[in-house]
Design a protein around this ligand. Structure first.
Ligand SMILES: [Zn+2]
Length: 129
């Protein structure tokens, strides 16, 4: 049968797949810790108060005030966070941001794994007769 196996190339693909799979597993485990999250990305807001003679009129705005940047139906919305909720809500939104970023990494790895599997298939497959 087919005896044209490209051994070094195949080993290289196998190594690559092992590394990608390990990296993906690490990311997945870091997402399965089950901590609560809140929808929205953490944001610091600076504001003008509008009072005449205040320093904020010279560009030195008040803040930072904790807020969330929330995507609602494709529109970006800023939601202010109450001072008493800030510690919890900001922590949860940072967790949400981390989750989103890690999910994006996992999706990139999935694509790469798919490509390498195709390359491995090509390296291992010959035609008959
Ligand atoms: Zn002011």
């Amino acid at each position: 049968m087919h005896k044209m196996r490209k051994q070094p190339e195949i080993r290289n693909f196998q190594k690559k797949l092992t590394l990608l799979n390990e990296e993906r597993t690490r990311h997945i485990f870091s997402l399965t810790q089950g901590e609560d999250m809140v929808l929205g990305l953490p944001l610091e807001v600076f504001r003008k108060c509008g009072k005449a003679g205040c320093k904020c009129n010279q560009g030195e705005r008040h803040g930072p005030y904790p807020a969330l940047s929330v995507n609602k139906g494709g529109k970006q919305k800023i939601v202010m966070v109450k001072k008493e909720d800030a510690a919890t809500v900001i922590k949860q939104s940072k967790r949400y941001r981390y989750y989103q970023q890690t999910l994006a990494k996992i999706r990139r790895i999935n694509k790469e794994i798919d490509q390498v599997l195709e390359q491995l298939k090509a390296a291992m497959t010959g035609s008959y007769p």
